[in-house]
Design a protein around this ligand. Structure first.
Ligand code: SAH
Ligand code: SF4
Ligand code: F3S
Length: 477
């Protein structure tokens, strides 16, 4: 893969500035290389969601273009970058834990650069903590000025060891046409919008990612066409709430209209999207999905809880009946669709009756899978100061009760597909057995089948022989 594959044709002033900084950074990296007598290595570690993963591909693209080589081993790296997430406290704690280890590396390798970016850096308390407890960090930047990475990296080479911190509160800029190093040759995420306007009361994302901004459809389509020319057959359209895509553009367009246009791109085989907020999912979208040859038979539709009073307290803007009716409409139009969800347990005030409501909803929908999270208090969000915060024991018991039902339901849903023949996109050689490859079905289920690396990136028909709970053993037919 060529790290220099530029993403789109937009040649804005800012892009030209940053490309010039990439050239300058290349000079700095060349000097470092001469000093070390080998190419310096960069390790980029991503926490959090698919949007962060996509951002990391851009950061790595810049580093590789400037002359770093990629490594996955932090101990071997001359630059370590953590692209952080702050959606739950355990994500923050993991970063602090790892920073403690880096302190030792930095002592034995003074030229090592430690770079922190992403959602955690948008929180002042995190930045302050890093300033006082991890002062060896070279560079901190946030989510809004990520496009300035090359420029800020140049500053670290001029700074002779001082920490550089640049975090913006917001931006209206979308600077997208810089180098990218994709993780997978055959599939890619594509940002269609940034930020979130929903302010669910537990959630930090609107504070760290700012207000909703949609990319122009022609830029998205252009990027996808380029990706397809470069061998991509599956795209995942990314946004915190893709269903409200386009409403704030000068020429508003709906997400469903965008999908219709993406569908027309020759050579593109599969389209996925993430995440759909139930309050904005339109009948137009259901119709487009139902007619589509390319949109995968999977929708991730986070419900969070089955309790009406908690949905209200969470500011989710729908009721359980609304959600159940929506699921019915989706299943009537697209019977073979898989529906997955996110659930938060232990939101302030959650009672065992609320947990029963959630369990009842899970059973009624029969989710194909669900991500279950313990509520994590995020400073600055309305829920953090609500009464009725649960004890760790209550939280755990609510979580365990829901997880049990989620697993039962997911197993039952998967088992129904035994014996079916489906197309699988082969993604990797299996970690556990190099005689097996792993493929993903349109409905997002995974299947392991005999094969080798030459199959990666191809779509093959597979019979689902044995259900192993959440995945299948299969055979190519
Ligand atoms: N925009 C997406 C979700 C992004 S965050 C949506 O609304 O669907 C991914 C998931 O993290 C959320 O769906 C929610 O289940 C979980 N989450 C967010 N904030 C959380 C918190 N404070 N504690 C626990 N889970 C949280
Ligand atoms: Fe967070 Fe709600 Fe926005 Fe999703 S829709 S990112 S849960 S505020
Ligand atoms: Fe985490 Fe930021 Fe994504 S908080 S979930 S990385 S938008």
């Amino acid at each position: 893969m060529n790290p220099k594959d530029y993403q789109s044709h937009n040649d804005g002033e800012e892009t030209r500035r940053q490309l010039a900084y990439i050239d300058r950074l290349t000079e700095c990296v060349t000097d470092l290389k001469d000093g070390l007598g080998r190419a310096p290595k960069a390790c980029v570690v991503t926490f959090g969601c698919q949007m962060n993963a996509r951002d990391s591909e851009k950061l790595l693209g810049i580093l590789l273009t400037a002359g770093y080589e990629e490594t996955e081993d932090e101990a071997d790296a001359d630059l370590i970058l953590y692209n952080t997430c702050s959606v739950r406290d355990n994500a923050n704690q993991r970063v602090y834990g790892r920073l403690g280890v880096l302190k030792g590396y930095k002592k034995s390798k003074p030229w090592l650069k430690v770079v922190l970016c992403g959602c955690m850096m948008q929180e002042e308390t995190c930045v302050n903590k890093i300033r006082t407890s991890y002062s060896f960090v070279d560079l901190i930047f946030g989510t809004h000025n990520i496009f300035k990475f090359a420029e800020l990296m140049c500053d670290t080479f001029d700074a002779s060891g001082h920490m550089i911190t640049q975090v913006w509160d917001e931006t209206d800029k979308i600077v997208e046409e810089l180098p990218v190093k994709r993780k997978y040759a055959y599939k890619s995420g594509v940002n269609i919008m940034f930020g979130c306007n929903n302010f669910c009361t537990y959630c930090i994302v609107p504070y760290v990612r700012g207000r909703e901004r949609s990319r122009a459809p022609e830029e998205i389509l252009c990027e996808i066409r380029q990706l397809v020319n470069d061998g991509v057959i599956e795209v995942m359209l990314l946004g915190q709430n893709v269903n409200s895509y386009g409403t704030n553009l000068d020429d508003p367009i709906s997400f469903a209209q965008l999908l219709r246009e993406v569908e027309e791109i020759d050579g593109l085989k599969r389209i996925r999207f993430m995440t759909s907020h139930p309050k904005d999912l339109s009948d137009e979208l259901i119709d487009v999905c139902a007619r589509s040859e390319k949109i995968c038979r999977h929708i991730h539709l986070p419900v969070q809880t089955g309790s009406d009073s908690l949905l209200k307290a969470m500011n989710r803007s729908y009721t359980r009946d609304h959600y159940l009716a929506l699921v019915d409409r989706i299943r009537t139009a697209i019977p073979d669709i898989s529906i997955t969800t996110d659930l938060i347990m232990g939101f302030p005030g959650e009672t065992s009756a609320d947990v029963d409501d959630t369990i009842d909803l899970i059973r009624r929908v029969g989710f194909d899978n669900a991500y279950t999270f313990e509520y994590s208090k995020r400073t600055g969000t309305p829920a953090a100061s609500m009464e009725g915060q649960l004890s760790p024991e209550e939280m755990q018991s609510h979580f365990d009760a829901v997880l049990k039902v989620v697993q039962e339901t997911a197993r039952q849903s998967a088992a129904k597909h035994t014996g079916e023949v489906c197309d699988a996109l082969i993604e990797t050689v299996s970690d556990h057995d190099d005689g097996l490859v792993t493929g993903r079905l349109s409905n997002n289920l995974l299947v392991h089948l005999p094969g080798d690396a030459s199959m990666i990136g191809s779509i093959v028909p597979v019979r689902l022989d044995v259900c192993k709970g959440f995945y299948f053993l299969g055979s190519k037919i």
